[in-house]
Write a protein that binds this ligand. Structure first.
Ligand SMILES: *Cc1c(COP(=O)(O)O)cnc(C)c1O
Length: 371
């Protein structure tokens, strides 16, 4: 297939690997789960998981069973944990494909055990303890004791137990401490001991890097992809993450605009003086939302404001007379020595890097390289 449009999302696979190694080294060498859910935050789960796998990583997590089954090249020789709730009717796919499932409740586990009566092999599970996120998992102590009893079944491989911080990217520790306390109290109820205990995400992996706690695993998402979960975490200055992702394009059209000429849907911009307008082949169908209007992207070495409404497939920027068709455009990341932080791009739109990455539409080719 030809690749006519010059818009692409570049992903540095070695930077992801380096970030993984730096983060696990920082975190008392806890086993790091590479979170590749939602197609690795939109960057491409198979390519990323395969590269990490080739370099020794054996622990992954996805949001859904479907996503886990996509990781065909790593699945049989790795732990691949589904973080969301899987329909008990589909446990056979998990067992057949060596996928580990999250146990959110006693009822869920009972239903799985019923299914397992006719299935050969063991179901690998990680019990989810609810400690303050309010999403999935059980906080009720009596229910947890009952779950522990069910774990005696020979059909179950009790691989892990975990919880999830909801505010680890915040500036203080209060809510994290509250969740940790809830977690510890509930861990004590288990007579069966799992191989892995984990509560950390990117933020807490950095924030609590010097804690010698009893947990032996941590879950690494956005930090693998070169972004700090928040400014609070970046400011701790404990780790220098390598940038991973760049969104680039090239100018497809340039036009001289006279003072007073207008452009864009809704006549959303008027030239205040004679100036030049260049067009970039990327729009909201690619994930550059209309609220990016006004943000300055790089064209060559110039900072050029997105003027007028972002269209579905194209957007316009104001530039100097020096800009030509074919000039390099950087929306975020790095290219030819130019840089725009994805966090700045996200903050401008009142969101976070996670959402920016996940919203880059599949129409934009992912181009992998190894620095
Ligand atoms: C997405 C997710 C993570 C990763 O979070 P980051 O902030 O990207 O590190 C960890 N654990 C669970 C349960 C998640 O859903």
């Amino acid at each position: 297939m030809i690749n006519d449009r010059p818009t692409e999302l570049r992903v540095d696979l070695n930077a992801i690997l380096n970030n993984y190694n730096k983060l696990t080294a920082l975190n008392n060498k806890k086993t790091g789960i590479a979170i590749v859910k939602a197609d690795s935050y939109g960057l491409g789960a198979r390519a990323i998981a395969n590269h990490l796998y080739k370099n020794g990583v054996r622990h992954f997590a996805t949001a859904t069973l479907e996503e886990a089954l996509e990781l065909k090249d790593v699945i049989f020789d790795s732990m691949v944990l589904v973080l969301g709730v899987t329909n008990p009717q589909n446990v056979k796919y998990a067992v057949e494909n060596n996928v580990s499932l999250t146990c959110p409740s006693k009822v869920w586990l009972e239903k799985c055990l019923e299914e397992m009566e006719t299935i050969k092999g063991k179901l690998k599970i990680h019990v989810k303890i609810e400690t303050g996120m309010g999403r999935i998992g059980t906080s009720d102590k009596e229910e947890l004791v009952k779950i522990d009893k069910l774990l005696s079944s020979e059909k179950i491989d009790f691989e892990g137990i975990f919880s999830h911080y909801s505010n680890a990217d915040g500036s203080d520790n209060n809510y994290d401490d509250y969740q940790t306390k809830n977690f510890d109290e509930r861990l004590k109820l288990f007579t069966h001991k799992p191989k892995y205990i984990h509560i950390g995400n990117s933020a807490s992996t950095v924030k609590y890097s010097d804690r010698q706690d009893q947990y032996n695993m941590t879950r690494l998402g956005i930090s693998l992809y070169g972004c700090y979960p928040s400014e609070n975490i970046e400011k701790l200055d404990k780790i220098k993450l390598e940038p991973v992702v760049s969104l680039v394009s090239k100018i497809t059209h340039v036009k001289k605009f006279l003072k007073g000429e207008k452009l864009g849907y809704g006549v959303s911009y008027e030239a205040k003086q004679d100036e030049y307008i260049a067009t970039v082949p990327i729009g909201y169908a690619d994930g550059i939302l209309r609220r990016a209007q006004g943000f300055k992207i790089k064209v060559g070495t110039e900072d050029c404001e997105i003027v007028g409404r972002v269209c579905m497939d194209q957007l316009m920027v104001r530039c100097s007379e020096n800009i030509k068709v074919g000039d390099d455009v950087l929306i975020f990341g790095e290219n030819n020595g130019q840089k725009i932080s994805v966090d700045d791009f996200a903050t401008f739109q009142d969101t976070i890097s996670y959402e920016i990455f996940c919203c880059i539409n599949k129409r934009v080719p992912r181009v992998y390289y190894k620095k």
